[in-house]
Design a protein around this ligand. Structure first.
Ligand SMILES: Cc1cc2nc3c(=O)[nH]c(=O)nc-3n(C[C@H](O)[C@H](O)[C@H](O)COP(=O)(O)OP(=O)(O)OC[C@H]3O[C@@H](n4cnc5c(N)ncnc54)[C@H](O)[C@@H]3O)c2cc1C
Length: 382
């Protein structure tokens, strides 16, 4: 999308072809339906199947598990293309680039064979349930327990704000197998939808991301065999820390692409819109506003591209990813507010992408670790 300034250098020709295919997929299968999905509060499952058939789910998973074995640059392209459309409903990146990597990294051979090919085809939709009503930023405070009973574990607890919550067929649930301990008592379990005692609660009504089925989940005496544990007992917290840099960079990737898209919509609109006999874009105020925002977006783009390159080489550290997450999502919030202003009253109308983007972007500063937590992490390196 960037046609000016500092050329992007991280992608090659194969990436460009992949990007074209992804763009067509989003234009055909997502954009025309997204307004309806916002009303429904959920993206239909057949879209997941179509994304799977097209090779856009779990692309970085090895071929033997149904993926394409490509690197994370391809994941970044998918996130960018989705962000350019402004369609935030499909929770593909969480499924492909957060949930699946946990199963690949810590799952048994049996778990990997059982779940990853179905996740890549879109037959199984994944979610990860960490947050609870009383534990968000302070993840060590998780109260959901998994207590051994004979040859089973019994899970009890409640989760909230879970992305893909209604659609999920498989949930990685963060539990305490030893509630007396903090981080060291944490274990992860794979819990299938339909298991007795596991119920999906409300599809939560939100400020934005209205097509995303963010939900409550309840676990009441849910019995699972030990084979459902993901990795080792008491290792859960350690696992959750391993890919934080990548998980946060994903939010930054979507933030910068979101800024680029919003700038384009705003330039197009202000060029068209005539007030006092001239284009809104011709007022010096409009030009200066957009010049500033374009500059900051370019700065963000260069920083995030460097981070993408580093993550593809497994070199990105947590503090640098935290910088990317906090700074780009702050920028996105500011940029959307200022761009929306240039739309006048139309900027307040839901039918305009800028309005939806404004609402959708608010959560970028909150989820994936709040921006305050990002600053905590950065300050530890001072
Ligand atoms: C749309 C959406 C989707 C989500 N998807 C998922 C998901 O799929 N899975 C999942 O597990 N969770 C998910 N979450 C939860 C999200 O990660 C949490 O909301 C987030 O981590 C913040 O936790 P909290 O809401 O409990 O806020 P709190 O932790 O209660 O924070 C409240 C305020 O206190 C501040 N604060 C907290 N600690 C500190 C500190 N040490 N120093 C300074 N300030 C601090 C925070 O920054 C914030 O401003 C989602 C949330 C939303 C809204």
């Amino acid at each position: 999308m960037t046609e000016y300034g500092i050329p992007r250098s991280i992608y090659g020709e194969d990436h460009q072809m992949f990007r074209e295919a992804a763009r067509k997929f989003y234009e055909r299968e997502v954009v025309p339906h997204h307004a309806k999905w916002e009303e429904d509060g959920v993206v239909p499952k057949d879209v997941w199947r179509k994304a799977g058939e097209a090779g856009f789910l779990c692309a970085t998973m090895p071929e033997e598990y149904g993926g394409s074995g490509v690197d994370r640059l391809y994941s970044a392209i998918l996130m960018e293309e989705q962000a350019y459309t402004g369609c935030t409903g499909p929770g593909f990146s969480l499924h492909s680039d957060i949930v699946a990597p946990y199963i690949l990294a810590y799952g048994s051979e049996e778990q990997k064979k059982k779940w990853l090919p179905k996740m890549a085809s879109g037959e199984v939709i994944g979610a990860i349930a960490m947050t609870e009503p009383g534990a968000g930023s302070d993840l060590q405070g998780v109260k959901t327990t998994a207590v051994r009973d004979g040859n089973e574990f019994v899970i009890n607890g409640q989760k909230t704000f879970i992305t893909n919550g209604q659609n999920a067929d498989l949930v990685i649930v963060v539990t305490k197998t030893d509630p007396k301990q903090g981080a060291k008592g944490t274990s992860l379990f794979l819990v299938e939808a339909g298991r007795e005692g596991f119920t999906k609660g409300r599809n939560l009504e939100k400020l934005g991301m209205k097509a995303q089925d963010t939900s409550e989940l309840f676990f009441s005496d849910v019995r699972v065999p030990p084979e459902n544990m993901l990795g080792g007992e008491g290792q859960g917290f350690f696992y959750l820390m391993q890919e934080l840099a990548w998980e946060r960079l994903q939010i930054a990737i979507m933030a910068v692409a979101g800024c680029e898209a919003a700038l384009k919509w705003t330039v197009d609109y202000t060029r068209e819109r005539k007030v006092f006999g001239k284009s809104v874009l011709d007022f010096q105020n409009t030009k200066f506003e957009l010049a500033e925002l374009k500059t900051e977006t370019q700065i963000a783009r260069v920083f995030v591209d460097k981070c993408i390159e580093m993550v593809a080489n497994h070199k990105l550290d947590v503090a640098t990813a935290a910088m990317a997450k906090y700074w780009t999502t702050d920028l996105q919030g500011k940029l959307l507010d200022r761009c929306l202003q240039l739309f006048g009253g139309y900027g307040f109308m839901w039918e305009y992408p800028i309005t939806r983007a404004y609402a959708d972007a608010r959560v970028q500063r909150i989820y994936g670790g709040t921006n305050e937590i990002m600053k905590e992490l950065i300050s530890r390196t001072l």
